[in-house]
Design a protein around this ligand. Structure first.
Ligand code: ARG
Length: 460
């Protein structure tokens, strides 16, 4: 038997491996609800234009409702012979309602149909992802709120650099995710144009009303060029790109949590239910969930590369290559959504070991810059101050103590400008407190930033 949708021209049909090779129904049935929504809108427009009768529209509506129900129930019978989600649904519709089912595809092609379905699907996925991202950002802000004056070493080159507050560090994560959310918003805005009406590639000779279909589906506007409408998938690439940047950010967060949770750092305790044990080493508590978030970044990057390569050199307009867009797109959606949800669940239960953090900040000579700045304020040139402090640090290393544990006489052997008030700035508390400007690490600034972040989230 030849495929019923185009049997007319064909004398033999696909079978076996090739049938399977050509089909996409295994993975594109995910688009079923969007496909049905698109069909309803298309049929409604056709009826409004007098291309379908009201009775035909009503049959189509009834049939689609029934199909929708059976897909929800899991009783719909998907067939590889019918290739993809679009033809499976259309064939079933005709089975159910007869002639009107055969008329649904008037003025439409699977090319504009699939382009519409993916846009609708991705639009919904972005909305859900942005919401989940909002929960993650909320979790970060809440933790930052508890840790506005918790002192830890800030790092460059993963070497103790200057003391910062843990809340400040967490709010750096917040800023990263804020930009990710805004990239998703941009992507949604650009994709929200309706391809329907482009038909196969050139448009259609029926007196259609594209704006009506677009309005019914919640699109902002119609795609302005029919060739572009059916062929480009840059919106999917854009999403996968935003998803890659998001995954990159999540992997940096993951890496930090893994380091902080290690026995060598012990800055944080990750919640047990986000960790696993070892089958051989009884003492182990491994940060598997964070490691997986870090590891999954690879496939998200891979999906972006897949789509970029898929689209490269494709001549206008539609080519079957485009059927390959779905698996990578869906995988990026699923993967970053799962990662975001995992961290949104984990972060509220992270316990900060404030003593360990503070001790690390003290032991790392993290206030050396503060001592240099102190000398500069007393009239020493910065380069000379740098030299003096370097010697003081070397002395502290020799004595195996922190800078603020050297007594005044010892400090004064390096510079006579050093006086007893030096201890205010040598203490890590004084150091963070002094960085009191917008974007700085002073607890006062962190509290203000937490408040601003909370306001941002109520509007996100
Ligand atoms: N399953 C196809 C896809 O995903 C639908 C469009 C097929 N169009 C065609 N002319 N072969 O892209």
């Amino acid at each position: 038997k030849t495929n019923q949708q185009w049997g007319g021209r064909f004398s033999e049909s696909m079978d076996g491996l090739i049938l399977q090779f050509n089909a996409s129904v295994d993975f594109d049935q995910r688009l079923a609800m969007q496909d049905i929504a698109g069909s309803r809108a298309h049929a409604t427009m056709l009826a409004a234009q007098g291309i379908l009768t009201p009775a035909e529209l009503s049959d189509i509506d009834t049939g689609l409702t029934q199909i929708q129900q059976s897909i929800h129930d899991g009783t719909f019978e998907w067939s590889t012979e019918l290739e993809d989600v679009h033809m499976n649904i259309e064939a079933r519709l005709t089975e159910l309602i007869g002639l009107a089912g055969k008329k649904l595809h008037t003025g439409r092609s699977r090319n504009d149909q699939v382009a519409t379905d993916i846009r609708l699907y991705l639009r919904g996925a972005i909305d859900t992802l942005r919401m989940d991202l909002g929960y993650l950002m909320q979790a970060i802000v809440d933790l930052a709120d508890q840790e506005t004056d918790t002192i830890m070493p800030g790092f460059t080159h993963l070497q103790s650099a200057q003391p910062v507050t843990f809340g400040h560090h967490l709010l750096a994560w917040f800023e990263m995710l804020k930009r990710d959310a805004s990239r998703l918003t941009d992507c949604r805005e650009r994709l929200n144009q309706c391809p329907l009406g482009a038909a196969a590639l050139a448009g259609t000779s029926y007196p259609i009303n594209r704006q009506q279909t677009a309005d019914l589906l919640g699109f902002d506007t119609v795609c302005a060029n029919s060739l572009d409408a059916v062929s480009d998938r840059d919106f999917a690439i854009e999403f996968c790109s935003a998803a890659s940047i998001l995954a990159m950010h999540l992997s940096r967060m993951a890496e930090e949590m893994i380091i902080w949770n290690s026995q060598q750092f012990q800055f944080v305790d990750l919640p047990d239910r986000f960790c696993t044990g070892s089958s051989i080493m009884p003492q182990k508590k491994n940060p598997d969930i964070a490691e997986l978030v870090r590891g999954k970044t690879g496939r998200v990057y891979g999906n972006l590369m897949t789509l970029l390569t898929l689209m490269k050199s494709q001549p206008l307009a539609y080519n079957k290559d485009n059927q390959e867009d779905k698996t990578p797109l869906f995988d990026s959606i699923d993967t970053v959504s799962a990662c975001v949800q995992a961290f949104a669940g984990m972060i509220p239960h992270i316990r900060a070991n404030r003593d360990a953090m503070k001790l690390a900040a003290k032991n790392g000579y993290a206030t050396a810059t503060d001592l240099a700045d102190y000398l500069v304020k007393k009239g020493v040139a910065f380069r000379d101050a740098h030299e003096v402090v370097g010697k003081a640090v070397a002395m502290a290393i020799r004595e195996n103590c922190a800078l603020d544990e050297l007594d005044l006489a010892a400090l004064q052997t390096h510079s006579s400008m050093i006086e007893s008030d030096v201890y205010d700035i040598l203490r890590v508390e004084g150091s963070v407190k002094s960085r009191n400007h917008v974007g700085g690490t002073a607890p006062e600034q962190v509290s203000a930033a937490v408040n601003a972040a909370k306001v941002f989230l109520t509007e996100m």
